[in-house]
Design a protein around this ligand. Structure first.
Ligand SMILES: Nc1nc2c(ncn2[C@@H]2O[C@H](COP(=O)(O)OP(=O)(O)OP(=O)(O)O)[C@@H](O)[C@H]2O)c(=O)[nH]1
Ligand SMILES: [Mg+2]
Length: 221
């Protein structure tokens, strides 16, 4: 598959990228940006509606069942949770699991607070390098996803990496997947769109490679 890696040792194979992700360790949890430790290493955030599959995606990528707390009950992740990555105990990147938004049964005051926490983090987190926006393709890009896209747009224009990840692809037929992907590509505004299924293990290698390259930018040739 990855023929470039055979000739260029600086490019990883999926196994290298997944080995790196498997080193994930819980670092800290905080209710909002101001309680997070300032870090120098690249940070990649997983954002999206409540129940979109953010925590499951992190557990799948890191091959750890319970690293991020996934749940059937929407609104499970209420804090910003950070996980360090790096071999030989040397942290070279961080993953951030963010609280989901848009869950109807949450009191309005809580919803507003979460949205503020999200916006604040996305605008101000200095070492933020990449954002994976997870979307349930059966719902598509919702109004709150649009708000998030607007919030990060200036940073994407300045080089923040961005990807729209269509989760739970196993719930769609092949033709529905293709259709959802082509719509998402139009909505990804400069970023990529990909299909992903934790259940069917679809799109894992590609996502792992993308995250690795976000965290390890190659000097221009
Ligand atoms: N069929 C299917 N279900 C999935 C997949 N990924 C996640 N789920 C299910 O979707 C539900 C929500 O997953 P979570 O990972 O907790 O979602 P989250 O985005 O972290 O949700 P919040 O923490 O509330 O923001 C759980 O019941 C998961 O098992 C997938 O690829 N396929
Ligand atoms: Mg979660």
């Amino acid at each position: 598959m990855n023929t470039a890696a055979a000739t260029d040792p600086s490019l990883p194979t999926p196994a290298t990228a997944l080995g790196w992700l498997h080193t994930a360790r819980f670092l800290t949890t905080a209710p909002e940006l101001k309680f997070l430790p300032p870090l120098e290493v690249p940070e990649i955030a997983f954002v999206g509606r409540s129940n979109a599959g953010k925590s499951t995606c992190i557990n799948t990528l890191t091959q750890q069942r319970q690293l991020a707390y996934a749940s059937r009950k929407p609104g499970r992740t209420q804090h910003i949770n950070l996980f360090t990555l790096g071999k030989q105990g040397v942290t070279d990147a961080v993953l951030a699991d963010l609280p989901g938004y848009g869950y109807a049964a949450v009191p309005l005051a809580d919803k507003r607070r979460w949205q503020q926490v999200m916006a604040n983090y996305l605008v101000s987190r200095a070492n933020l390098t990449g954002v994976v926006l997870l979307i349930d393709p059966r719902l598509g890009v919702t109004e709150l996803d649009e708000v998030l896209l607007e919030v990060i747009r200036p940073r994407v224009e300045e080089g923040l990496k961005f990807m729209l990840l269509l989760t739970k692809a196993d719930k769609l037929t092949r033709s529905e997947q293709a259709r959802a992907l082509s719509i998402a590509r139009l909505q990804a505004g400069g970023g990529e769109a990909r299909l992903f299924s934790a259940l069917k293990r679809q799109g894992i290698d590609e996502l792992a490679l993308s995250l690795w390259s976000w965290a390890h930018p190659q000097p221009a040739a």
